[in-house]
Design a protein around this ligand. Structure first.
Ligand code: SF4
Ligand code: SF4
Length: 225
């Protein structure tokens, strides 16, 4: 997504924030243990991250974040790193624009959290198999099976069950569909990856014709062999 495309999504941010506002607040210890993956998000959410997150950073934070984003992406198959949007003081640099999964952390009840983790492990295993067959990359099983642990410290004002969480996601997916059918976005690309999409954006701003994310993907795969 380019910045001009993100600007077309601004009229949808009010609805986006309405969904976010329905998530129960809570008391967080700020350990950042939940900020060790690249989260998934919708198109409208990514527009919000660009305009109200990345574009609002100071020059120093912007440069440091961009550098962390490329490092995170290139090393993620073998190493667990903090999310590149996490500042040195363990605070989220795009806190006001952070996507839904970040806002939900600590809020699901234990059964919902465990069911979600089970699904993530199955998906990670499938991805590892694809990498092994297609690219000849054998990932460390500890890395494949690693998931963010259940947070015992966060104290939500209320927990959410699977159905309530699914409804929040559904509303964001509907919002993405609305933006698409109203011509505000050129693709209906739900479930994107924050780091990957940010790399796409950065490449589009650098004028690096001929270099795309596939080029970085090839390097990432080579580095992990
Ligand atoms: S939600 Fe939990 S794991 Fe995440 S920063 Fe807060 S206390 Fe740490
Ligand atoms: S975007 Fe912010 S809250 Fe979400 S994982 Fe990254 S640092 Fe943590």
């Amino acid at each position: 997504m380019k910045l001009e495309e993100a600007n077309k999504l601004v009229p949808y941010f009010e609805s986006l924030n309405r969904v976010y506002s329905e998530i129960p607040n809570g008391t967080c210890m700020g350990c950042a243990n939940c900020c060790t993956e690249s989260v998934n998000l919708t198109n409208v959410e990514f527009g919000n991250v660009l305009i109200n997150g990345l574009m609002q950073l100071s020059e120093v934070d912007y440069k440091a974040t961009v550098s962390r984003i490329f490092r995170f992406y290139l090393s993620e198959l073998g190493t667990t790193n903090y999310c590149p949007f996490l500042g040195d003081d363990k605070r989220c640099l795009i806190y006001n624009a952070r996507p839904l999964p970040c806002r939900l952390f600590g809020t699901p009840d234990r059964a919902t959290f465990d069911a979600n983790i089970k699904q993530i492990k199955i998906q990670n295993l499938k991805y590892a198999r694809v990498l092994a067959v297609k690219e000849g990359v054998k990932l460390d099983l500890n890395r494949v099976n690693r998931t963010i642990p259940f947070c015992e410290s966060y104290q939500p004002e209320a927990t959410l069950d699977g159905e309530a969480i699914q409804m929040l996601y559904d509303r964001l997916i509907n919002l993405d569909g609305k933006a698409y059918f109203e011509g505000a976005s050129s693709e209906f690309a739900i479930n994107g990856d924050l780091v990957g999409w940010t790399i796409d954006y950065l490449l589009s701003t650098l004028g690096l014709e001929g270099i795309n994310r596939e080029w970085f993907y090839d390097i990432k795969v080579k580095l992990s062999k």
